[in-house]
Design a protein around this ligand. Structure first.
Ligand SMILES: Nc1ncnc2c1ncn2[C@@H]1O[C@H](COP(=O)(O)OP(=O)(O)OP(=O)(O)O)[C@@H](O)[C@H]1O
Length: 693
């Protein structure tokens, strides 16, 4: 930075420490927040960008959008501001900065660079953190747009924290496309195909980038590499990444499927939500079959190409050849505008009309063949059925009536009835029923129908409700919670998430995800949240009556200490401020200092009668009072009367009205007698007389 770096910001509140990182748009320092006594990370925009209006507004937007978010997997933004700095040429400029949670640890980019691929378990843990962050931010309507290993911090305690929602924009802003805004969001290696094409982005664009991060964690390399941003962007649009299992010996092929589904070219084929992506990873890691198992990356690519081709055909009819040639686009790696293919030309070559016609003809032919095969098979089945039916009737087989069962029929009773009727029973479990286990649900053939004696009747009994309520495990130890949940038929992820809690003691369970009370499928996987033992100082205390605030804080388990102070704005007996401030994380049952207003400061009105007006004004200002002169007067006039009277208690800042009489001449002064104003100060009389003599 070419500025002269100040030692502190915000009137000394943030004392700047060491430089910890330098990114594309800012430098990051550690700093001490002297007000709250904690270490924070300070992100200061590069000075050459401080004058760029678009950049400035983006920076402010970052501060605004992220400050609304509060999630353990997102780096908290505490504060933001702009500081006036002077550069070497003596020019002053306002440099914006963000104050964020300081994460002691490393970025995922540095970890992969130093150690290569992560273990499957570690990759799973990181992805769960990232997807939790995205699940939350997407719920808040914020798309990250720049998910990459450099924006994922892993703290020394192993917490995953996503940062740099620097280009995040509220969802309703998403109509702006990459090319329209001239600001490519996303780094080429993690860019979704729609971002590469300059189309609108949505939450699934973040999931694509997260898929690229998963790929890189498993293999040590991003899915696509190349000499230029354009070369990489092209591959995102039109090539299927090499399956991770071919790069890492022994890596289960299911990871290929999960990565491929997350990185589907067509966003409709991707995971629809971060939660769906997370659940698929958890299902796989817990021995289940993920949804991604059926994903076919080649079909996805082919469909996408076909769709784009159709769009392109329509577009080329209205477009001159020049418009399909190379165009300028912003290169996210170099930060430069570079020549690239126009969006319509990226990803696929145009097929000629004759090629398309041949293809369509072949498809029609294929359909006809499949249709005739199915038709023949159906005909054969019908003939065989008819022959069997006629044979049975012709032989006059003994017919019996199938007994009818109800939901009170037990398995034993059903068997008895069928045996009596000369029928056999086949028992099946009805896994779709929500009835209690063992309840009769259906039978085939139906009760009342006639069948040959000795036939088999299939009877279904409920396997128990599929969806069961998640038990409440709040406040329990992790082990207890696991056992309760597993008994209820759920799986629990080996990893947990830590979060602040007002009432749950440290290391105990705060909640499950999905939440207790919800009815979900047996066998589903749940995540446990564990209390960090910390909680946040509540909001909305300032201006509230003291008693209500103290009762509220004590109800929440906090200890309080009350201090009084004068306030010009907060009424007497209401809260002026709390220390630590609202929103600060403190230990549960920690102490909050509550400052209570004594109202405005009261002062005693001094006696000014007999003084010169100049002296009276001085004395009043010393007490924090103003002099009022309803009848006018000059500094040498003598104060004759004051209102309020001496000794009265008034608000600091009030006005004391003074009535004056003109200065006496030496003679008349003697005759009226300064001594008659015995209440005046000696200094007042003496100096006045001295001036006049
Ligand atoms: N809150 C934080 N706590 C600790 N270190 C941080 C924090 N934020 C950033 N850093 C460090 O500072 C470095 C620079 O961060 P920054 O977000 O400015 O850039 P980047 O993500 O590396 O690059 P780009 O701006 O191109 O996205 C990071 O790589 C990280 O090492």
């Amino acid at each position: 930075m070419s500025n002269t770096m100040p030692a502190s910001l915000a009137n000394g509140r943030y004392q700047i420490g060491q430089l910890i990182g330098r990114g594309g748009m800012a430098q990051v320092y550690t700093a001490l927040d002297t007000r709250l006594g904690r270490t924070v990370a300070l992100k200061m925009m590069h000075s050459d960008l401080a004058n760029d209006d678009i950049f400035l507004s983006r920076f402010r937007r970052e501060a605004h959008s992220v400050a609304q978010m509060n999630n353990p997997n997102i780096v908290n933004i505490y504060d933001s501001g702009e500081e006036t700095m002077t550069d070497e040429a003596g020019r002053t400029e306002r440099v914006p900065y963000l104050v964020m949670e300081y994460v002691k640890g490393q970025t995922l980019r540095d970890i992969i660079k130093a150690n290569g691929p992560l273990s499957q378990r570690d990759a799973e843990q990181v992805m769960i953190g990232v997807l939790n962050a995205l699940e939350y931010s997407h719920r808040m309507g914020v798309i990250h747009r720049d998910i990459k290993p450099g924006n994922i911090m892993i703290s020394e305690q192993g917490m995953v924290k996503v940062m740099d929602f620097g280009i995040a924009r509220a969802l309703d802003d998403s109509v702006a496309t990459m090319t329209q805004s001239q600001g490519v969001v996303g780094t080429a290696q993690y860019l979704s195909p729609e971002q590469a094409r300059g189309e609108t982005v949505d939450m699934r664009s973040d999931l694509y980038s997260a898929g690229c991060v998963l790929y890189e964690m498993l293999t040590g390399k991003p899915p696509f590499t190349g000499d230029s941003a354009v070369a990489i962007a092209y591959q995102h649009v039109s090539e299927v990444a090499v399956p991770p299992s071919t790069m890492v010996p022994g890596l289960p092929k299911m990871w290929d499927q999960i990565c491929a589904k997350a990185m589907a070219k067509d966003r409709q084929n991707r995971y629809a939500t971060a939660a769906e992506f997370k659940n698929d990873i958890l299902t796989f890691m817990n021995g289940g079959v993920p949804v991604a198992a059926n994903f076919n990356p080649l079909a996805d690519l082919a469909n996408m190409k076909a769709r784009k081709q159709a769009e392109q055909t329509a577009a080329t009819q209205a477009m001159s050849p020049i418009e399909t040639a190379a165009t300028q686009a912003f290169n996210p790696v170099t930060g430069q505008f570079e020549a690239t293919m126009a969006p319509q030309a990226v990803g696929t070559q145009l097929k000629t009309r004759s090629e398309q016609a041949t293809e369509a003809k072949a498809k029609r032919k294929k359909k006809i063949i499949i249709g005739s095969v199915i038709g023949s098979l159906l005909l054969i089945a019908a003939i065989v059925g008819l022959v069997f039916f006629l044979k049975g009737v012709g032989k006059g087989i003994d017919q019996v009536v199938v007994p009818t069962f109800s939901d009170t029929t037990t398995e034993d009773r059903a068997r008895e009835k069928l045996t009596e009727a000369g029928l056999k029973m086949q028992v099946k479990q009805d896994t779709d029923s929500s009835e209690p286990e063992g309840t009769f649900t259906k039978q085939s053939p139906k009760g009342g129908s006639k069948v040959a004696k000795g036939s088999t009747v299939t009877v279904w009994f409920s396997a128990g409700p599929k969806a069961v309520k998640i038990p409440e495990v709040k406040g329990r130890s992790q082990e207890e919670a696991r056992s309760v949940l597993e008994k209820a038929g759920f799986k629990v992820t080996p990893s947990t998430q830590t979060e602040d809690s007002q009432d749950v003691p440290k290391d105990k369970v705060t909640r499950t995800d999905p939440a207790a009370g919800q009815a979900i499928d047996k066998g589903s996987t749940l995540m446990l949240y564990i209390s960090s033992g910390m909680t946040k100082v509540p909001d909305g205390l300032v201006g509230q009556p003291k008693d209500a605030v103290l009762a509220n804080l004590s109800k929440q388990g906090f200890s309080t200490q009350v201090n009084s102070e004068y306030s010009d704005t907060v009424p007497k007996d209401s809260v002026t401020r709390v220390e630590p401030g609202s929103g600060t994380a403190i230990e549960q049952r920690g102490t909050i200092v509550v400052y209570v207003s004594q109202g405005k400061e009261q002062v005693s009105v001094p006696n000014t009668t007999g003084m010169t007006l100049g002296q009276a004004r001085f004395l009043l200002s010393q007490q924090g009072l103003a002099a009022g002169l309803p009848n006018g007067g000059s500094d040498t006039d003598i104060v004759d009367h004051q209102d309020p009277v001496a000794g009265a208690k008034v608000d600091k800042g009030s006005t004391v009205n003074l009535t004056v009489k003109p200065t006496q001449t030496a003679n008349s002064g003697n005759s009226s007698g300064a001594g008659s104003n015995g209440g005046g100060t000696g200094m007042g009389n003496g100096s006045q007389q001295g001036n006049k003599n």
